[in-house]
Write a protein that binds this ligand. Structure first.
Ligand code: ADP
Ligand code: MG
Length: 435
């Protein structure tokens, strides 16, 4: 397939923004039958692997290899106003990360625990930087309570006002500082942050703890922005005082605007959030299912969403009705996952035993059909039940290549369609594993 047509398919799958941010700066070529993607640094590799590697493989139908190429990273830093962004016609700084299109104000459910944070976020997004009392805005609270969603919603508002926005996870800021120092490009980095930004959004600022040099750089960038009435927003898991190894000067800067916390959502809000999420997926979630999921012992919204997704995909995949029985069945198994009961190892062991093999055999390099076939079944179940990535599944089987895993999953899927007896056998195996 030509790269041009591949590109089109890929953009359809992962979206234009993701494509231009993560793929466009890379060099892509075919080597033999492999697609080799050379990326500028490990952050790119990490994001590609974690966010859309499987999509990439699915679209290309090829083996995909990701390599890090320092030369590209030098080019990017040397070309000043990043060449990739110029190409894409975007005003974004090269340091910014893409905003998740789903994290906007219209998809955010306001409830008791977050209404203050939400109100401040709205106020800031109306007039970023104009009210010094709101600068910086520091939103803190536990994991999975909507901080990233809120900070990105501010970003979307500002982008729609044509402001220049940098959204960056603090960890990446740290990486960028380290790399810029190494490549002697700190001046450019400072300049980019100070001069090309109207709104700076730093997510999970607690990761700056203990990194002295980074804190110093950040302090100067922050001051420059503040003094020119540019807005800065932080999220953090903890208030500034609780960030260990935070310099006094930064700590007092963080506290100089508004600090607001987000608390876990109450029951009603949890239900409203679940309904909203389902609605975004075009699903009318029955009340009983929403209530059942919202009653689970967690206040972490990400985890609730995980339950919901699991119930929805289970019902889609196995054609089960979207009702409380299905939810019970699936979430029952989810609880087991969390406790670590249903682990990949357990799935493999179960499949091996089913076919009268030893775990050692099913994981071996042997391609004998009596071993290879059960291995493919195991790979399929790991993908479908635990939702693991092709790469991670490959690692469990003597480092099998992800394309091999993908073929296995496709093959078993096809076989299920063709052979109804095999289909029933697999249903039984799945039922045994998840219930
Ligand atoms: P945090 O950054 O606080 O760890 P996130 O912003 O990543 O949490 O939220 C985790 C998930 O929960 C996201 O998918 C987010 O959309 C969702 N979420 C959290 N709170 C809300 C809310 N009030 N309304 C809608 N979705 C929410
Ligand atoms: Mg977050």
């Amino acid at each position: 397939m030509e790269w041009d047509s591949l590109k089109k398919l890929l953009i359809e799958k992962i979206g234009n923004e993701t494509f231009s941010t993560w793929i466009e700066p890379s060099k892509i070529k075919m080597v033999g039958n492999k697609l080799v993607i050379k990326v500028p640094n490990s952050s790119f590799a990490k994001v590609i692997y974690s966010r859309f590697f499987d999509d990439l493989v699915n679209v290309c139908k090829k083996e995909v290899l990701i390599e890090i190429d320092e030369k590209i990273s030098r080019d990017i830093l040397e070309n000043g106003e990043n060449s990739r962004n110029k190409k894409a016609g975007s005003r974004k700084s090269r340091y910014g990360y893409p905003l998740n299109p789903l994290y906007n104000f219209s998809t955010f459910v306001v409830g008791e625990g977050n209404q203050l944070a939400h109100a401040f976020a709205i106020a800031v997004s109306k007039n970023p930087g104009k009210d010094r009392r709101l600068n910086p805005l520091y939103i803190y609270g536990g994991v999975g309570l909507g901080k990233t969603h809120l900070i990105q919603a501010i970003g979307h508002e500002a982008v729609s006002k044509n402001l220049r926005v940098i959204y960056i996870p603090a960890e990446e800021f740290v990486n960028n500082v380290v790399q810029s120092i190494r490549l002697n490009k700190m001046d450019e980095m400072r300049k980019s942050f100070r001069q090309e930004t109207d709104l700076l959004l730093v997510d999970d600022i607690q990761h700056i703890a203990g990194k002295e040099k980074t804190q110093e750089e950040f302090f100067h960038i922050f001051n420059a922005l503040y003094l020119t009435d540019k807005q800065v927003v932080f999220t953090s898991q903890v208030p500034p005082k609780k960030i260990s190894g935070l310099t006094e000067q930064l700590s007092s800067r963080f506290e100089g605007g508004v600090m607001v916390d987000v608390k876990p959502p109450d029951f009603e809000t949890r239900i409203a959030i679940l309904k909203k999420k389902a609605e975004i997926d075009g699903i009318d979630l029955p009340d009983e299912v929403a209530i059942f999921i919202a009653s689970q012992k967690t206040s972490n919204v990400r985890e609730l969403e995980g339950f919901l997704n699991k119930v929805i995909s289970f019902s889609r995949f196995f054609g089960a009705p979207l009702n409380i029985e299905t939810a019970k069945k699936v979430i029952g198994s989810h609880k087991r996952d969390i406790k670590g009961d249903l682990s990949p190892a357990e799935v493999i062991k179960f499949v091996a035993r089913h076919y009268g093999l030893r775990v050692r055999e099913i994981k071996s390099k042997s391609n004998a059909k009596i071993i290879a076939f059960p291995r493919q079944v195991a790979m399929y179940l790991l993908k479908k039940i635990l939702g693991m990535s092709y790469v991670d599944i490959g690692k469990l089987f003597n480092n099998k290549h992800h394309s091999t895993v993908m073929h296995a999953v496709e093959k078993i899927e096809k076989l299920r369609h063709e052979d109804s007896e095999f289909d029933r056998t697999l249903d039984k195996m799945i039922a045994h594993l998840v219930s």
